[in-house]
Design a protein around this ligand. Structure first.
Ligand SMILES: Nc1ncnc2c1ncn2[C@@H]1O[C@H](COP(=O)(O)OP(=O)(O)OP(=O)(O)O)[C@@H](O)[C@H]1O
Ligand SMILES: [Mg+2]
Length: 290
């Protein structure tokens, strides 16, 4: 499988950690998910071949399944768009979307305690200001899913936002909508994925305004934006077998990296295993192969 690190098309509008965005006519954007991978908000020098294909297809799969909960920005995958005359590797990783006025809040929903929420709980017994039972183990399900929004940092790490801060940024009504829709999407996806043997531990989504309507944008319920655990091996009290980039986080930690750039190069074996995980996530969820 080939690897796409950077997309060399004219008029690059924005290069994010993973995606390269280009303007199209009529207020549309071409967003290309490259094979870049970031951990702890730093882009690694290595790429995961085909990862961008998986991300684009999984997002499109979920956008379709959730479109009755809330409209989304996706017009079509680039491979299904006949205006684009570009390299097939880019086509396979591209999405044609409606341009939105982004709401600068990362809408995080957590169904299970892990990652930074687990660290916080061990330290102070609470998660994002919510009181918690005092006997939670790593990987336990929360009594109810938590909405734990963060900032969208231009560089570096996103910072937690309280609900009052979100209300000050976007207004009470909108804050309430972001919370309830995020939780509704999470609950829907969690239930769907369970039936496919995947446990979605947490996820992050973004919203924007398109023609005055609140709209889901960015990527949706991918192994980059979510934790996908293997239901089969799920057992609280340890870190869980997964189909996401936890494997890479664990490897860079074991290599002693301090999470400050530059990040280390990944060994070939770690690249291959990560690629397998992304491909399996797609296959398990959709029943299809790339
Ligand atoms: N429909 C849309 N309209 C406008 N911007 C969008 C839309 N969909 C996604 N985006 C933005 O496009 C970018 C996608 O790139 P990528 O995910 O690689 O960025 P990132 O590194 O996560 O950076 P950021 O912190 O800016 O999100 C994000 O900034 C996202 O907010
Ligand atoms: Mg992003």
């Amino acid at each position: 499988m080939n690897s796409i690190d950077k997309v060399n098309l004219p008029n690059l509008l924005y290069r994010g950690k993973v995606r390269d965005t280009f303007p199209m006519s009529d207020n549309r954007l071409l967003i290309v998910a490259t094979d870049r991978i970031s951990v702890f908000d730093v882009v690694l020098p290595s790429t995961i071949p085909g990862k961008g294909i998986v991300l684009s297809k999984i997002s499109s799969f979920w956008f379709d399944l959730t479109k009755d909960i809330i409209p989304n920005h996706l017009i079509d995958l680039a491979i299904d768009n006949d205006e684009l005359d570009i390299d097939s590797e880019i086509l396979q990783r591209g999405s044609v979307v409606k341009k939105a006025e982004r709401i600068d809040v990362e809408c995080v929903v957590r169904g299970y305690i892990t990652g930074s929420a687990w660290s916080e709980y061990k330290k102070i017994g609470k998660v994002a200001g919510f009181n918690m039972p005092n006997d939670l183990k790593e990987g336990d399900k929360f009594p109810v899913p938590l909405f734990t929004p963060t900032t969208k940092a231009e560089v570096g790490h996103d910072e937690p936002l309280t609900m009052d801060e979100v209300k000050n940024m976007v207004g009470n009504d909108m804050a309430g909508k972001l919370e309830s829709i995020s939780i509704e999407i999470y609950n829907f996806a969690h239930e769907f994925a369970l039936s496919k043997g995947i446990l979605i531990a947490d996820t992050k989504m973004e919203f924007g305004m398109i023609d005055g309507n609140l709209t889901l944008i960015d990527e949706l319920l991918t192994p980059d934006s979510s934790r996908f655990w293997d239901l089969n091996g799920y057992s609280p009290g340890k870190s869980q077998p997964n189909y996401d980039k936890q494997f890479v986080r664990d490897w860079v930690d074991s290599a002693g990296w301090d999470h400050e750039p530059p990040a280390p190069e990944l060994p070939t074996e770690i690249i291959k295993k990560t690629q397998d995980r992304y491909l399996q996530a797609y296959n398990k969820l959709t029943g299809l192969n790339i």
